[in-house]
Design a protein around this ligand. Sequence first.
Ligand SMILES: *[C@@H]1O[C@H](CO)[C@@H](O)[C@H](O)[C@H]1NC(C)=O
Ligand SMILES: *[C@@H]1O[C@H](CO)[C@@H](O)[C@H](O)[C@H]1NC(C)=O
Ligand SMILES: *[C@@H]1O[C@H](CO)[C@@H](O)[C@H](O)[C@H]1NC(C)=O
Ligand SMILES: *[C@@H]1O[C@H](CO)[C@@H](O)[C@H](O)[C@H]1NC(C)=O
Ligand SMILES: *[C@@H]1O[C@H](CO)[C@@H](O)[C@H](O)[C@H]1NC(C)=O
Length: 526
Amino acid sequence: MYSCTKGISFSSRMFPSLFVVILGLCYCSEENSESSLGIPRLYGPSEALVKTIAEFNCELLTYPDGEPVLLQLFKAGNRDNFLAEYTSLDGEIAAFPMIIKLHYEGNLECVARLRNNSNVEPTVSNIHHLRVVEPVRDARIEVLSGRVEFFEGETLELRCKVSAGNHVSYKWLLNDQLVSHSHVHGEILVINRTTSKDSGSYMCVATNIFNKTKVFNSSSTEIITVKDMVSHPDISFTVSKEDSHSYSAMVTCQSTKGTPPITFSIYMTELVASTITQERNAKFKVPLVLGEHLGWLQCQARNADQTAYSAWIRLEVVPVSGPVMIHYDYDFGENYAVTIVRFYCKAAEGSLPRYQWFLNKTLLHDRGSFYYVDHQPPEQSILVLSVSRSSAGTYHCEVSDSFDNTTAINSKRWYLDKEELNRLPVLVVVVVFGCFTALLLVVTICCWVGVVFRRRRYGGKSLVALEMDRMVDAGEPDLKDFTDDADVVKTASDVEFDQASEASVDEWPQIEEEKTTIEDEPAEEP
Ligand SMILES: *[C@@H]1O[C@H](CO)[C@@H](O)[C@H](O)[C@H]1NC(C)=O
Ligand SMILES: *[C@@H]1O[C@H](CO)[C@@H](O)[C@H](O)[C@H]1NC(C)=O
Ligand SMILES: *[C@@H]1O[C@H](CO)[C@@H](O)[C@H](O)[C@H]1NC(C)=O
Ligand SMILES: *[C@@H]1O[C@H](CO)[C@@H](O)[C@H](O)[C@H]1NC(C)=O
Ligand SMILES: *[C@@H]1O[C@H](CO)[C@@H](O)[C@H](O)[C@H]1NC(C)=O
């Protein structure tokens, strides 16, 4: 190891023009006076709590005899102010007991020099790093974004501020759940596009650790409420009967989302009424005249800077009127047995109809052991039956205004019986055969008429042409014609199928029509 000692001597005489300067004497060698002032060694705790006492030691391994040595503790790079000093007279180890201050943190070094001999260069110890810890205190949340209650879409920015503490790490919790890292930047939490899910109790926890064993915590909470903007309301109305002649529409405006209070308004070209509510819906009463188009209605909902609008609906209520039509179709199971029968009921008019189904005049509820009702208001109602012994009986439907059950209109009645139903294919055969017979009859008559006409030379038509005309006439509506005047089948129907007296004779054409439809267009069956 090398070190260098520089000596400078000045020698002057009283010659004004001559100035002898002996400069010089710089030599470097291994053995020197410095050999008596070795390199000090600095040690002590590497971590300390602020305002506590910690002791550092500086030790000279080689000690110059009889010379007091000054040992000083510095922050590395700052020799102007020493942190502590000690004079070692007898080679004893320097002890620096210190009340730790925050700014002590950093690299420390101990400098040794001879007290009364500045000719000997001081020596510097090893670097000793000290970490100073100040426990965190008094964390509190600062709402940088301004408000604790605001509408979705705005930015939330919070800062965790501590009144004291260093080497602090921060943790953010929302309702005791850790907030995602992507929102946390040190002591700042930012959520750019908030939703109501970001509402809740925010907690920041500031932590620092001393000596890997001692943990200091300070926390603070803040309630943040992100309000939902009200969603587009749905508008609907029901009718209520005030007395025998006056009605009103009860209009309901309903939003699925939105934090109250919400202002709902109803417009009919211009504002009709407005109300502020703690609910997400509001009801308005509007006078109504049945069967008249009174205008268009719209709901508006508002809870933030923006207004949400409903669709426009027509304020018009057509009362139920007849006739109430009923028809049916059916599905085959195995062996072509009818398993499912669907009755369809429909009123000629009515914007708010209520459909009710009856079996043997007993009201059927929406679902039973062998049936269910598929309401498709206002168009129709479907009664779906599984065919069994218990489903036998006479069916009909009744339609009334949903707001006024005194207006009920009944459909025709249908008798249904499993055995008879499954004889339907036989009936088809009978009908087809009947048609064939009828056709034959017609042709025969034609022939006969033709012969007579030809004999009389009446008109100019040939027998063939006449026959063609006849056949065309007798073509399509044949089934109906036949059933209309085929007494045999009517009677059969009364006996076999239409046992109920209500299922009157004139329903038969309908059955036949239905069947023809089904047989002709099986693809249309659902
Ligand atoms: C060293 O210098 C101090 C004053 O700076 C003086 O009091 C002391 O007596 C001196 N000691 C020796 C051994 O010269
Ligand atoms: C939030 O918005 C700021 C600017 O408005 C942007 O710099 C930042 O990246 C955004 N943060 C997230 C998580 O989207
Ligand atoms: C640091 O912790 C160790 C045990 O892990 C302990 O022995 C030591 O005394 C502690 N130091 C201080 C300054 O508390
Ligand atoms: C309905 O009446 C018929 C007789 O008209 C009867 O056979 C049937 O069991 C009755 N059905 C029910 C469910 O009461
Ligand atoms: C009509 O409805 C009212 C109330 O819903 C009820 O009390 C009344 O019995 C019903 N009348 C008929 C004929 O169904």
